[in-house]
Design a protein around this ligand. Sequence first.
Ligand code: HEC
Length: 221
Amino acid sequence: MNGHLSSRPSRTAHLSVRLLLSTAVAGLALAGCRGNKSAEPPVHPNLNMDFQQNYKPQEENAWFSDKRAVRALPAGAVAQDRDRSDVELNSGRGADGRLLNGLPASVKLDDALLARGEERFGIYCSPCHEKSGYGHGIIVQRGLKVPPPSFHEARLQAMPLGYFFDVITHGKGTMKPYASQVPVADRWAIAAWLRVLQVSQRAQIADIPDASREQLLRGTP
Ligand code: HEC
């Protein structure tokens, strides 16, 4: 009985030491939380591919005689997307400097081009210009200050195809250029699709080839 009583204080002392220890551990864990400032490099338990043996641009590489990690390009090398030798394709203008009134000779008009144009137009242009080209896209509905013009107004109907390529490349008024996001080939595909939209809104029954016209009038696909 006595022994039992005398063991009590020592058990309490044991418990309080445990409590103190665990508080200290919890405190340490909290001190190392994300967002806390420290002069030490962060602990990085899972390395993934964060550290790799590769060379940075100005680093030395003893394997080469000139010790340059970055190798010089062969003379005359041109990056794949930097070949500007096809002037019509890259500028939208003919040799006379005037905007092309059609596709450049190197671009073939086919279903694939139009399908690509429709898809890219949907991504890059329709948020403002609307899929139909009337200009009431979602951004305009949400309050774009200067709304875009309709592609179906007479002035834009009369524009040569190269003009649309030019507007995508360089922007126009408050519309920013899309050259950095839309590669040259896609700009032509979009320009061609823009023309399709224009034609679609003023098509006459006589514009439809005979065979398709019959089908259309019969109402069967
Ligand atoms: C963020 C909205 C926005 C997007 C996206 C956008 N445009 Fe525009 N676009 C405008 C606005 C606004 C104008 C009118 C600019 C002005 O007159 O100051 C305009 C004008 C135009 C014009 C008429 C230029 C003229 O002579 O009046 C064409 C053509 C055009 N855009 C084509 C495109 C094409 C093609 C794309 C996709 C690659 C595109 N735009 C993407 C907002 C946009």
